[in-house]
Design a protein around this ligand. Structure first.
Ligand code: CP
Ligand code: NVA
Length: 313
């Protein structure tokens, strides 16, 4: 039975029930088919989404804006630097004011707490478009893409190779464990690259419930062994540009290249949220190989986010 998600914010996949996750996927599939066949699907006629960006974006900004247009509404872009949010005006005042104008807010920012506070003080749904901690819209899309390609999620193994402490690693821990996939994080040994302990504990609790596994390792070969999906991300996330040179040295042994992917299943999927630094975290021979689904993944951002917006707004 359909569960109503109207009015709900999407801050973390951890806050969603399994039923809600699959409801998003079912609507995304319908909206994708309607778009392909040119059938109108104006589920948000006249609705307004505010889109606040304190970090750059290609996919998130454009897919949300196009998505709102196709749903019959409008997406309005605000540069985080050009509005008062959290500087001259408190988050709570901003949240209350924006709630009087808009039907929803999508925000990309640094501090995860900003998103939590917007949702706490506002009265409209808040969608997390990436924080330093999480990137839930990306991972819901990744799971939808895996489901399209493999027809199943439960029982598959996804191995993420890279910065275990970044938003992608965290949301993959949340998302894979939620749907009963085994998830392995391969990351360098330093404390700064380890996933958030609370997120790992939540993933382990999900895995216990689902009968799946959560593994954190520093060994890339053992980590990708028999993987159905190999996932990687940039070594220095937005905001860490100053550490990029140092991180290149630390992460070089974790590069996803032809030698490493040989240890996965022959029909493994290669995934990356993009943008990718080709020749750094992944080589062209892998990202351009037949196993790579990175552009389907990028396209699916549109369909999955349209489903999220239609359900919560
Ligand atoms: N994957 C992703 O969120 O891409 P952008 O930074 O281009 O939005
Ligand atoms: N971890 C990356 C993801 C980009 C979509 C970053 O935060 O820059």
């Amino acid at each position: 039975m359909a569960v109503s998600m109207k009015g709900k914010s999407l801050i973390s996949i951890h806050d969603l029930s399994i039923e809600e996750v699959y409801q998003i996927f079912e609507l995304a599939k319908i909206l994708k088919l309607k778009r392909l066949s040119g059938e109108p699907h104006r589920l948000l006629e006249g609705k307004k989404l505010g889109m606040i960006f304190s970090k750059p974006s290609t996919r998130t900004r454009i897919s949300f804006e196009v998505g709102m247009y196709e749903l019959g509404g409008v997406g309005m872009f605000f540069d985080g630097k050009s509005i008062h949010l959290g500087k001259k005006e408190s988050i709570s005042d901003t949240a209350k004011v924006l709630s009087r104008y808009l039907d929803g807010i999508m925000i990309r920012t640094f501090d995860h707490q900003e998103v939590v506070d917007l949702a706490r003080f506002g009265s409209i749904p808040i969608i997390n478009g990436l924080t330093d901690l999480l990137h839930p819209c990306q991972v819901l899309t990744d799971l939808f893409t895996i489901l399209e390609k493999k027809q199943v999620l439960k029982g598959l193994k996804l191995t993420y190779v890279g910065d275990g402490g970044n938003n992608m690693a965290h949301s993959l821990l949340n998302g894979c464990s939620k749907v009963g996939m085994d998830v392995t994080i391969v990351t360098p040994s330093g404390n700064e690259y380890q996933p958030n302990a609370e997120i790992v504990a939540n993933a382990q609790a999900n895995a216990k419930y689902q009968g799946s596994k959560v593994e954190i390792t520093t060994d890339p070969v053992a980590g990708v062994k028999d993987a159905d999906v190999i996932y990687t991300d940039v070594w220095a996330s937005m905001g860490m540009e100053g550490e990029a040179n140092e991180r290149e040295k630390v992460f070089q042994p974790l590069q996803v290249n032809e030698a490493l992917v040989k240890h996965a299943k022959a029909d493994y999927l290669f995934m990356h949220c993009l943008p990718a630094y080709r020749g750094k975290e992944v080589v062209n021979e892998v990202i351009d190989s037949p196993n790579s689904v990175v552009f389907d993944e990028a396209e699916n951002r549109l369909h999955v986010q349209k489903a999220i917006m239609a359900l919560v707004m």
